[in-house]
Design a protein around this ligand. Structure first.
Ligand code: HEM
Length: 324
């Protein structure tokens, strides 16, 4: 009898806290929407502010996932996969490669693309890419750029606590368009709609995207890394989740990684977990301070704070030796 009494009391406390937290979330979201209405996505300062809020407060985990799952998209491209396979960085040191990528790219989002740190990060990245310029193509860079936008929108839309506002989606596009300009890319699509069309046509075209051994090897390397990150889950569950999520990102590209279509049971199971997670997110308190992934990685992996100087330590050691 006493146990039942304790359970009912606990249930009521959790229910009340959930309602309070949900209302807090709604209130902070209304405040953010009012502020968002006054910001201009095409103004660099405003654009950085929207992205900082989007990544730091609203969707830190979804943006982290989107960025890392975006790696997979690039593996169905024979030209990109062959460059990655030759340098061997993703295959030999996937954890360092993924963390360094998260670090350099999150600096743009956490600090602002045109901040001192943001500028140091893309200038450093341009030097790394410059080492491979004879083997890389503009069209492939534009493809990766567009995938980053498509995935950021899809992951936050499908797995975040709320769906992104239309203006936030436009801001994401504008943000990566600015990134592309700073990487000296040409023929960047004109708008978000064209960006989607670009990803679609590149992925559908068998000359640009198809199953290759390089792509499969890289896919396996990143999948092993994901299983390593989520080591508390049995590996087969982790692989199932990767397969389902990749399929939801796009059936054609998932097939072009050489993966099989997930069964209805696998999709149902993983989506139930994801929907449950989404519901839990709605009833936990909103963030009061931004989550800055770049600070976390820089401190953990390099033992120092993010700065113009420390950014130059990031990257594959053999490549750093050539650019410094
Ligand atoms: C907008 C598009 C792209 C972005 C934002 C981007 C971002 C990055 C970042 C952040 C790193 C640093 C990782 C590290 O320090 O280990 C990196 C490294 C690298 N990227 Fe890109 N990248 C893009 C497109 C491409 C393309 C199309 C290629 C062509 C194959 C490419 C080839 C490389 C290579 C070879 C490295 C050095 C690490 C390695 O060997 O894997 N990138 N990229």
């Amino acid at each position: 009898m006493e146990t039942i009494y304790i359970c009912i009391t606990l249930f009521i406390v959790v229910a009340i806290l959930s309602v309070i937290n949900y209302l807090k979330r709604v209130e902070t979201h209304v405040q953010w929407r009012n502020k968002l209405a006054k910001l201009d996505v095409k103004n660099n300062g405003d654009n950085d502010e929207i992205i900082k809020h989007f990544v730091g407060y609203e969707y830190p985990f979804e943006m982290f996932l989107a960025l890392n799952f975006c790696f997979y998209r690039t593996f169905c491209s024979p030209t990109i996969a062959s460059v990655y396979r030759k340098t061997g960085t993703i295959y030999n040191t996937p954890d360092k490669r993924a963390c360094d990528t998260d670090l350099l790219m999150h600096i743009w989002m956490d600090y602002g693309l045109d901040s001192t740190e943001g500028k140091a990060s893309y200038e450093h990245l341009n030097k790394i890419h410059g080492l491979h310029s004879s083997k890389t193509r503009n069209v492939d860079f534009v493809f990766v750029l567009c995938c980053l936008v498509v995935d950021a929108i899809q992951f936050t839309n499908d797995y975040g606590w709320r769906r992104p506002e239309e203006k936030e989606k436009q801001a994401m596009w504008e943000f990566y368009r600015r990134v592309g300009q700073r990487m000296q890319l040409t023929n960047i699509p004109e708008n978000l709609q064209k960006c989607y069309e670009f990803v679609e046509s590149y992925t559908e075209d068998n000359r640009q995207a198809r199953v290759t051994e390089d792509g499969q090897v890289l896919t396996e390397a990143i999948t092993k890394l994901v299983c390593q990150w989520y080591y508390l889950l049995p590996a087969f569950v982790c692989r199932m989740a990767v397969k389902v999520v990749l399929y939801q990102m796009g059936a054609t590209f998932q097939r072009k990684l050489g993966l099989s279509k997930p069964s209805i049971f696998e999709s149902l199971l993983i989506n139930t977990v994801l929907i449950t997670r989404r519901s839990i997110l709605c009833v936990i308190p909103p963030r009061s301070v931004p989550y800055k992934l770049s600070d976390v990685i820089m401190n953990t992996d390099y033992g120092c704070p993010v700065s113009k100087q420390t950014i130059t330590k990031v990257g594959p050691l053999d490549m750093l030796a050539k650019i410094q």
